[in-house]
Design a protein around this ligand. Sequence first.
Ligand code: HEM
Length: 462
Amino acid sequence: MSDLQPPINSKLSKRAPQPPGLPLVGHLFALQRKGQFQYNLDNWQQYGDIVRLQLGPFVVHILAHPAHIRHVLIDNRQNYGRGRGYQVLKLLTGEGLLTSEGDFWKRQRRLIQPPFTPKVVPQYGPEISKTITAFLARWDDAAIRGTTIDGQTEMLKLTLQILGKTMFNLDLAAQAADLTEAFTTAVAIVGDRITAGMDLPRWAPTPANLRLKRALRTLDTRIYALIEERQRQPEDHTDLLAQLLNARDPETGKSMDLHQVRDEVMTIFFAGHETTAQTLTWVWLLLAQHPAVAAHLQAELTAVLGGRAPQVEDLPQLPYTSRILHETMRLYPAVWAIPRGANGPDEIGGYHIPAGSMVFPMPYNAHRHPDFWENPTAFQPERWTSARVAQLPDCAYLPFGDGPRACIGRHYALQEALLVIATIAQRYQLQLVAGQTITPHSSITLAPKDGVRFQIKPRMPG
Ligand code: HEM
């Protein structure tokens, strides 16, 4: 592996090392055969911090070193646009905040920012706690009947409901199953298109295209109904939807058109529930696999909460809970790669980056970089001391990205995840159902393939 600060402006611009590939498809089949994570880890071990891949017609550089990632996301960010991955994501989120660029993105970001600032986010605490408690009534039944649950589906439903309530004043309890299914289908198909080594035709009536169309119809119907309902009764609302509908262009005074409102609502739903849900699923898996960590967590929850439901004000008193969350996001960052497209030629670590190619800053690899993490593959929440965190260079830990395009929902996500962990862990033990093979799967987010089944054991009556 390279030194702490590898040379970025070397005069010697040469082609980055690459594994042997096949004509035409390049490394596509090898990547599909081994899986995204294993393939990239193996290449990193063998070829170093920058690896060049040819995925069908696309040239991609995989970046593992924090200094190289910083170069792309911060120092030379003018040279890097959203690239092909985000182009394909537009199938789902249109021209929303995740995919838009330039002045238009800047204006939308300013407009959407207010409900996500650290000052406003704690106001969602009581609504989040209420939604979690209502959601868990079903778990009490499952615990009594001894049935098992799929942790991933449950977390997707829960985070969707929390988001609906806090951002759009919507009670989604009755629709959570349908909407989660539609999202899961759309995300899986769009994810497959992103990782495919070619741009598949969108018009062809293939089974995947038809399923995507159906899923999008379900989601769009609900989102447009929500917008229309609100337009009929706009009074008394101060949530994100109200802000989107009331926003006026500072130059023209025009309001956002309906498609744009749809794209922003879809973006917030997608970016704001799937990521947190996958993170929480990994938390439950890791806790089930590490009883000593789970016991330490119980001790903290008992000492601080003594059996009462956690509130936002309790979170600063739960440092170990927070360490568990950070350590989980280190090992399993929901956004495992932060793709960008090079507008012009560049040089990273002495290697040539051609104009029009893609670069993949990889949080998954950076979070396991042995120059910055001791015993990198071990789950050790204890490593998150403030002294240790202060030593980390920029972009050594970036579950929420970095630079101007870093996650707008970061504070919201941390608060929500901590409340979910503290509430659930205090009330239930989640035991892994035996005989499951859990494999990390790289769709748009990093998720356990086929979910994770748990048996729920209540810890306290009621
Ligand atoms: C654990 C949970 C989350 C993780 C790991 C996560 C991760 C990320 C990352 C890495 C990015 C940067 C992507 C890039 O630079 O290409 C991002 C952007 C974004 N995230 Fe999150 N996110 C989470 C939760 C949320 C939540 C709760 C919301 C909203 C409610 C949200 C909304 C967004 C939006 C809108 C963007 C695009 C920002 C922009 O480009 O201006 N995220 N997220």
